[in-house]
Design a protein around this ligand. Sequence first.
Ligand SMILES: Nc1ncnc2c1ncn2[C@@H]1O[C@H](COP(=O)(O)OP(=O)(O)OP(=O)(O)O)[C@@H](O)[C@H]1O
Ligand SMILES: [Mg+2]
Length: 367
Amino acid sequence: MANLTIRNLQKGFDGHQIIKGIDLDVKDREFVVFVGPSGCGKSTLLRLIAGLEDVTSGSIELDGREITQVTPAKRDLAMVFQTYALYPHMTVGKNLSFALDLAGTPKAEVKKKVDEAARILELGPLLERKPKQLSGGQRQRVAIGRAIVRNPKIFLFDEPLSNLDAALRVQTRLELSRLHKELQATMIYVTHDQVEAMTLADKVVVLNGGRVEQVGSPLELYHHPANLFVAGFLGTPKMGFLKGIISGVEASACEVTLDAGTKVLLPFTNAQQSVGDSVTLGIRPEHLELANEGDCQLTVIADVSERLGSDTYCHVRTISGEPLTMRIRGDLASQYGETLKLHLNSAHCHLFDAQGQVIRRALQAAA
Ligand SMILES: Nc1ncnc2c1ncn2[C@@H]1O[C@H](COP(=O)(O)OP(=O)(O)OP(=O)(O)O)[C@@H](O)[C@H]1O
Ligand SMILES: [Mg+2]
């Protein structure tokens, strides 16, 4: 079992508050990813959980036992760092067995655990090598193996893939996903790479400035971001934002007049909206399409486009100067400076109020 409960956790360095009151639950066997921009406090939060930093206030419980003041070695957690932190003078086998040997674990048990970790991570042929004789990916596997042999309640990973090249990152990402399933382990993983967050997580925790912006499954966050920050952070290319005002409110719909000149009737509203309110409409690149006729047309000027073969990312600007990206399946040869007409599919529009909070769809709010 490994259920982690964090309540009102705060951490300051030299009078600067870095973690500003975080509540979080990590359930047994969950793969939880902390994601957010550089400096938002991801590593600090992970280090607080590991016990490598003292908390300023708040509590951390593991399976009902308060561990806030417990030393790292007694927390039953294992951390894997971005820099691997292997012992350079020891062989791979010795790196794997070191913590167990130190704890006085019987030799036969150590061998069994090291062999099992080596099997899972395919390190068998490398056991006699020293870290300097390994590639970056192999070193990272040894660092993960060192955590596995300890059979921790929770694995903590701090950007474990960021020193690997792009191809190896994709491969190791898949291996981690498999490892999570095979070990039935509980894992907390820090990254600023939103693709890693989307592909690995059962639950994503989006952090910003030491606070939690939103917690949910990857697709929940993608399809129902709670605010502008989450909407803009998850998704590549990014969601486009268009400013406007509410120009009409009905029982279950509202009309938005965009600065870009188009009126859009959205099939949702909430009780707080009034005519004249400033709003931001969000639309993802895959929900924009070329259309020379029909409603909800937006006139834009083509900027550069990126032709990837499978898709084209067509960057455009509205007449009010706001940038948008349209994602088209296949190839589209637009000319720089060309005028294009886009269709805004209102079923896929997100709407945010002046404070950046989502204006929920009526159907969702009722559900
Ligand atoms: N030991 C420390 N002393 C003082 N300030 C610190 C210390 N550790 C972290 N900080 C500050 O706390 C903030 C959060 O740092 P943290 O390392 O948690 O960010 P992060 O989200 O992991 O960023 P990155 O994606 O760049 O790794 C930063 O402003 C950092 O400068
Ligand atoms: Mg960090």
